[in-house]
Design a protein around this ligand. Sequence first.
Ligand SMILES: *Cc1c(COP(=O)(O)O)cnc(C)c1O
Length: 223
Amino acid sequence: MTNSLQNLHTIQKELEDVAKLSPHTPKTPQVIAISKYFTKEDVLPLIKANHRLFGENKVQEAWDKWTPLKQTYPDLCLHLVGSLQSNKVDKAITLFDVIETLDRPSLAQALHQEWTKNLDHFPDLFIQVNTGAEEQKGGVLPKDASPFIQYCCKELKLPVKGLMCIPPADEPAAIHFSYLRTLAIQHDLSILSMGMSQDYKIAAQFGASYVRVGQAIFGKRPT
Ligand SMILES: *Cc1c(COP(=O)(O)O)cnc(C)c1O
């Protein structure tokens, strides 16, 4: 049995220490506890200790797990970090506070349609960039990233607040984090979601606003 709360506190302390030393990190990154495949019972100790920021990668799984929890804890903040199909946009904007995986024009258009209908409750959006141009991964390719960001922000006027990436497992993450940071600055976006269990400290050095940490908090993910 791992102690998830202890793990979270250790990570937060490490991030504070890195942020103090990094010129790119004006604020300590916030930890999104990624709870995919973990249960309500797994997340409750963190919630009871006042952690409010969680992430999931599947809309339906998140819906079943978090709808009841949100009734008891209405100030929970949920991020969608997995790919979003256009036919699940409806549900996703109801449940999530941030959608981190905007990555293609068809999804931007589906979100835009909901955005024009429902200006009261709409999540913030991050654009996912496939910085390693990996075939199996979601995200806009680096060569298309600038025009896509422009399209979402200027043409559709969607509430895009930041960028997100998942670097290739077999390359130094620092190059990817540095690239994402530069791209965000070019487009006047201030939020960066980057860094997972393996590399959150590196992400913090490059000015991450959010790190997305699962197994380093909860232990090995059930399959
Ligand atoms: C699963 C997942 C994470 C967390 O991964 P860990 O290795 O458990 O920290 C972070 N980001 C995304 C997009 C994920 O799908």
